[in-house]
Design a protein around this ligand. Structure first.
Ligand SMILES: C[S@@+](CC[C@H](N)C(=O)[O-])C[C@H]1O[C@@H](n2cnc3c(N)ncnc32)[C@H](O)[C@@H]1O
Length: 222
């Protein structure tokens, strides 16, 4: 299901996410995505495409006491790293699963999020349907998706992911058709000095790297 770019090869997406997490834009967007999710004590949350689990672990702190966060990812390597990350912590667990067929009953989460994951899918609409299915009525969905571009890149992450350029237009429509209301869209943009590892993953020869993030939110109704 993952796309063909280097960022999607085993470890590539996780490496990219680890490097980009160091940027101020990225930290701000993650904090914003937690706020948009309206995470509170006692809630059950899903971080879909959780990578190595840092966000799910951080979110677990928001839902204590009494809540829990499930992180799912299709990569066995990512899930193994996430389990190590979450070892001994209360209220967080990780499962290997595909977004196209979530192993969860209907309406079992108070909120679901993705972070730079839908953009890697050939058919994000299937994943969105699944994410809405597992969210209770009144629960929040928060999708943060990003594009990267820089000088000296013949082929950017935008080109190598399937849907990134169109997601900002496509996701709200899809959510609307799925009975999601209060749909919101927020954009952030920054130029960051990417290190050699990020540039190598993205197939770029030189920075600076432009990071654009779109955050799409809504409330599920039945
Ligand atoms: C760019 S990483 C983002 C990871 C994490 N959300 C973060 O922000 O650090 C994208 C993640 O989506 C996962 N992924 C890609 N296709 C998937 C699918 N069909 N089902 C579940 N996870 C998937 C990849 O394995 C990868 O860990």
């Amino acid at each position: 299901m993952a796309g063909p770019g280097r960022g999607n090869q085993p470890g590539g997406a996780a490496r990219l996410s680890r490097c980009l997490r160091l940027t101020a834009t990225d930290r701000g967007c993650k904090r914003r995505s937690f706020a948009l999710l309206d995470a509170r004590p006692g809630q059950r949350l899903l971080d879909a495409g959780c990578g190595t689990g840092a966000d799910a672990v951080a979110l677990a702190g928001y839902v204590q006491p009494g809540g829990h966060v499930v992180g799912i990812d299709s990569s066995a390597v990512a899930i193994a790293a996430a389990r190590t990350h979450g070892q001994g912590l209360t209220g967080v667990r990780f499962e290997r699963a595909d977004l196209a067929a979530l192993p969860s009953p209907d309406a079992c989460f108070d909120g679901v999020r993705t972070d730079r994951t839908l953009q890697h899918l050939a058919q994000p609409e299937i994943a969105v349907r699944e994410l809405v299915r597992v969210t209770r009525s009144g629960g929040h969905v928060v999708f943060s998706e990003g594009t990267f571009a820089g000088p000296g890149s013949a082929s950017t992450q935008t080109r190598r992911t399937h849907q990134a350029p169109g997601l900002a237009a496509f996701l709200p429509l899809l959510l609307n058709r799925s009975g999601v209301v209060n749909i919101g869209i927020e954009y952030s943009e920054a130029t960051v000095d990417a290190g050699p590892e990020v540039l190598e993953i993205l197939g770029m020869r030189a920075g600076p790297l432009k990071v654009k993030v779109v955050q799409i939110t809504g409330i599920v109704t039945r």
